[in-house]
Design a protein around this ligand. Sequence first.
Ligand code: SF4
Length: 243
Amino acid sequence: MRGIAGNSAMNGPGNDIIDDLKTVLEFYQALGVEGIPLHLTSAGRIDQGNGDKERLLSELRNEIGDCVRCKLSKNRNSIVFGEGKPGAKIMFIGEGPGREEDMQGRPFVGEAGMLLTKLIEKMSVGGVGLKRDDVYIANIVKCRPPMNRDPEEDEVTKCRGFIERQIEIIHPEVIITLGRIALQTLLKRPDLKITAVRGNFFDYNGIPVMPTFHPAYLLRNPKDKWLTWSDAQKVMERLAGRD
Ligand code: SF4
């Protein structure tokens, strides 16, 4: 660990952090540690490797436990945490599990889920076709709302910290929200209408968010599938620009 220059001559709000970091690095150097398996991104964020992301996701799942923090716990069969690649570039977020998801404990596995899988498998990043395992899929609430109703405000309030932490851990390059509820809840923008804003990027803590239709809507309105495909193409273009 060479090249740790002093910063006392520098002026700026980051000096204290840099000095603290220098002290920590010198401490590890004194212990004979040659390197630390972390790197700082251009934004200064500590970026975890995939193994760390997997571990952090597992810890979060353990923390959720057999959750009874909201009334959705009463009728659920399974907590549907989410699944996919911890280091995924794309994260899909829906509103909550449906009947099939509740039975299987996995997100988007019913008819709507099959349509989502087809969409993912049509996509590519850097010329390489995607598989479902290459992305991460989760919901705003982890337990099925009865009769597939919209999650209520108190339920979202209790559960949203979990999806926020999943996003923080995975830190995808793009989030695709599926349907109105996921979009409005994630961005805390109840004014957003999916038909008006889909296809336009929004921002969630520095991560681009592409709103598109929920696959269940597309099953009822197949004529709009091309709009979701167009939204997915914008995501692919965005990712291609970063490679
Ligand atoms: S929806 Fe979320 S907060 Fe409510 S019981 Fe399930 S995991 Fe807990």
